[in-house]
Write a protein that binds this ligand. Structure first.
Ligand SMILES: Nc1ncnc2c1ncn2[C@@H]1O[C@H](COP(=O)(O)OP(=O)(O)OP(=O)(O)O)[C@@H](O)[C@H]1O
Ligand SMILES: [Mg+2]
Length: 219
């Protein structure tokens, strides 16, 4: 479904490249963890898959079509859902209105369905009271869970998440990864999660390690 085709990336000079000649495939209905040392380039790689930045070499393909041909703006709007630690939600809105707005913007098949949105929030442990408050009044971990619920309300088939459990305790971490597994297996999406936590990687279907500028399959 999503393919990294001979991808290379460096910030300043090619001799300082984070990775080169990366060839990876991500299938729908499957979850993937990406692990690796701090500074190895995981977030950078995820931002390429999400169409937030362009690779210096190679291309990202969605079902055989390069995403720059689809257009990165169009790709981000219609095909990919992003859960990043910051710049996530509309700050002046409630969780419920964040989801309703995201569904409207992306023309989701659930557009306008408030009860569906509320259900997804409940699945992520957001209470009926919390979902009506301004999101800024929620904790970091709660805000992240709202962002995960948002991916469940939109039709984008690719879901990428950067350290989605970074702010959560053990129990909530397990719940959140179980939800991601459902997004992959029940909604048949392609879920790609960057994580530091071995337990999180172990719960995903597959795991890639980024080390010494290369990705290797660990699981
Ligand atoms: N905008 C930038 N300009 C120059 N260098 C950058 C930029 N963003 C990141 N880097 C460098 O690129 C490298 C990879 O950064 P990246 O954020 O992708 O790592 P990461 O694997 O996600 O790390 P962490 O686990 O700490 O989040 C780091 O050495 C970082 O300093
Ligand atoms: Mg990172």
């Amino acid at each position: 479904m999503l393919k990294a085709n001979d991808i290379g990336y460096w910030y300043d000079r090619q001799e300082n490249s984070l990775f080169e000649h990366v060839n990876l495939e991500f299938e729908s209905g499957t979850s993937y963890a990406i692990v690796g040392q701090s500074g190895s380039g995981k977030t950078t790689f995820l931002s390429l898959l999400a169409g937030l930045d362009k690779p210096r070499a190679g291309q990202i393909e969605l079902n055989g079509e390069p995403i720059n041909k689809i257009g990165l703006t169009n790709y981000r709007r219609s095909h990919v859902a992003i859960v990043f630690q910051s710049y996530n939600l509309f700050n002046y809105m409630s969780p419920l209105n964040n989801l309703m707005t995201a569904m409207a913007i992306t023309k989701s098949s659930h557009q306008g369905d408030k009860e569906y949105a509320a259900d997804m929030l409940r699945k992520l442990g957001i209470t009926d009271e919390q979902m009506k408050k301004n999101v800024q009044k929620l904790s970091g971990g709660q805000q992240q869970r709202v962002a995960i619920a948002r991916t469940m309300c939109c039709d984008a088939k690719v879901v990428v998440a950067d350290e989605p459990t970074g702010n959560l305790d053990e129990e909530n971490t397990k719940d959140v990864i179980e939800q991601f597994q459902k997004i992959a297996h029940e909604q048949k999406k392609c879920v790609i999660i960057v994580t530091h936590e071995p337990d999180v990687a172990a719960m995903c279907d597959h795991s890639y390690r980024l080390a010494k500028h290369e990705f290797s399959l660990e699981k």
